[in-house]
Structures are given as structure tokens and as C-alpha cells.
Design a protein around this ligand. Structure first.
Ligand SMILES: CC(C)=CCC/C(C)=C/CC/C(C)=C/COP(=O)(O)OP(=O)(O)O
Length: 274
């Protein structure tokens, strides 16, 4: 089946009808505005199914596509996915190549979806580490969708939080002290304008396009953040699921949202205190 056909299939049929009923029930409670995911367990899925690791990544990409569509239907406005970390460059060359190929394929597919559903697509990370071909394709997709604001998809690629924070600090220093004078503005007296503030750093984050996540899901039974949205996740609901990423489906999403709703009052209060 072509990927376009898969999407049409997801949007229609009796499964889509049942899903919409389920989402209607969920919408009685608060719906998260932003869901972030660490898609762990693709190779373990491949082993379990006795298929090769690369096909495991295909299944993972398809699960991401499903999640995006479910979130659109549920009313979640932002989805952020950790597709490839800077550290992943240390993996086997064929694995790196596979994820790069999937990125290129996703760009083509997302170009189609974004027109259909007014989706803004953003790539976050040290994009200069990508090949010139992928950089161009990603840039074109970002530019052609920046007018949309129905739904915002951020794909974190060549990303780590430490690199994002370093990048944001460097950009803030450049912006505030481009004359090269002064640290924290002290030798310019108490010029408040030259102080670097939290908002300055946040403005220059790769992921600044979206608010902080309300829910961060990690599949594969791990409890680590693995250098993903470390700055942004101080007040979000963390959900670690034992299921491997390609098996993540609509019921897992419903479970995570219900769990978020159960703890909503606590997180809402915490956010107000910030
Ligand atoms: C749009 C786009 C580029 C999509 C990419 C698709 C995708 C599923 C990427 C996941 C990348 C990754 C390194 C996951 C870790 O799982 P692992 O396979 O290392 O898990 P495991 O070894 O723990 O089983």
C-alpha cells in the first residue's frame, strides 16, 4: 500500500468512526496542547517480529504517522518527535542511512499532508549535520508550511538538549553583546537590557516554535530523557510505556491522556507557580 493510501485509510472507515467516538469521550476532560515522544524500541520490535532492524524503523515511522493523525483528531495542537539524536551518528552506517532515507521520504509525505490538513512542519536540531539534499528538502518544507497554524509538527533531528541550550546561549550572547563588550553587562554598569534572561535563551531554542510539552511519552520501558527537551520538560507529565514504539496505538494514546487528565490539577497549579 502506498503511504498516501495508508493515510486515506486511517482517516476513513469504521476504525476512524470508533476512534472519533473515543476521542469525543476524552474531550470531556482537558486535552494536552503539546505531546512529545521518544520513539524507543524499533529494533526490539524487529527482533520480536523476526524481521530486519531496518523494517523495524519503517514500522516506527508509520506509528509516528498514525500518532500525528490521532493527535490532530483529538485536538492536540503540537507534536514533537525525537527522530535522531546527534549521538545516533555513532550507530551502524546502514542504520544512520535508513533514518536519513526515512527523513527524506517523510518530507515528501508531509508536504502532501500539510497541504491537506494545514500542518506546519518544523525540523529542530543542528541541521547542518544533515546532507545538503535533506537540508534543502527540510528547509523548503518548513518555508512552504510556515503559514499554517492548525497543527504544528516538530521533528527533532541531529538534536540533543545540550546542543540546543549551547546554541541558544551562543545566540543570546551574540544578540546582546555583539559589540563584544561585557559579561552579564556588568562593565556597562547596570544596563538591564544587556543582561541575558531566561526568555532570551528560550527564544533561541531550536524548538521555540512550540510551548513546553504537557506530556512526554517514552516507549520501550525506559525512564530516561536521553538528552531530549531537558529544559522544556520541568513541568510536564512523563509517561514511560513498556510497549515498543511501532506497537504504540490509539489505546496507548488514550491511556496516556487519561493519566494526564488524572494529574491535570497538579500540573496546572505547578505551571501557575512558575
Ligand atoms: C520522520 C522520521 C525521520 C521518522 C523516524 C522514524 C523513527 C522511528 C526513528 C526512531 C529513531 C531511533 C534512533 C529510535 C530509537 O529506537 P531503537 O531502534 O534504537 O530502539 P531499541 O534498540 O531500544 O529497540
Amino acid at each position: 500500500m502506498l503511504r498516501e493510501d495508508i493515510i486515506i485509510d486511517i482517516f476513513s472507515g469504521w476504525r476512524s468512526f470508533l476512534r472519533k467516538c473515543l476521542f469525543r469521550v476524552l474531550r470531556v476532560g482537558p486535552i494536552p496542547s503539546h505531546i512529545a515522544v521518544i520513539m524507543d524500541g524499533n529494533r526490539r520490535y524487529a527482533k520480536k517480529k523476526k524481521i530486519d532492524d531496518m523494517t523495524g524503523y519503517d514500522a516506527g515511522a508509520l506509528a509516528l504517522l498514525h500518532l500525528i493523525i490521532y493527535c490532530m483528531e483529538l485536538g492536540v495542537k503540537y507534536v514533537t518527535a525525537y527522530a535522531f539524536s546527534i549521538d545516533n551518528f555513532r550507530r551502524q552506517p546502514e542504520e544512520v542511512q535508513k533514518i536519513m532515507d526515512l527523513t527524506m521520504e517523510s518530507v515528501m509525505l508531509l508536504t502532501w499532508i500539510s497541504k491537506l490538513r494545514s500542518v506546519r512542519v518544523h525540523f529542530a536540531g543542528k541541521l547542518q549535520l544533515l546532507s545538503a539534499e535533506i537540508q534543502d528538502a527540510a528547509k523548503r518544507l518548513m518555508e512552504s508550511t510556515e503559514v499554517y497554524n492548525n497543527f504544528v509538527l516538530t521533528i527533532c533531528i541531529c538534536y540533543t538538549s545540550s546542543d540546543e541550550i549551547l546554541h541558544a546561549v551562543e545566540k543570546s550572547c551574540k544578540e546582546k553583546w555583539d559589540d563584544g563588550i561585557g559579561i552579564m553587562g556588568y562593565d556597562k554598569g547596570n544596563d538591564y537590557e544587556r543582561f541575558i534572561k531566561v526568555v532570551d535563551i528560550e527564544k533561541h531554542m531550536y524548538t521555540a516554535i512550540a510551548p513546553d510539552p504537557d506530556i512526554l511519552i517514552r516507549t520501550g520501558g525506559e525512564y530516561r530523557l536521553s538528552n531530549f527537551l531537558v529544559w522544556q520538560s520541568s513541568c510536564c507529565h512523563l509517561s514511560s510505556l513498556g510497549t515498543v514504539w511501532p506497537e504504540f496505538g490509539v489505546f496507548h494514546l488514550a491511556w496516556v491522556v487519561l493519566d494526564f487528565q488524572k494529574n491535570y490539577r497538579y500540573f496546572a497549579k505547578k505551571k501557575l507557580q512558575l
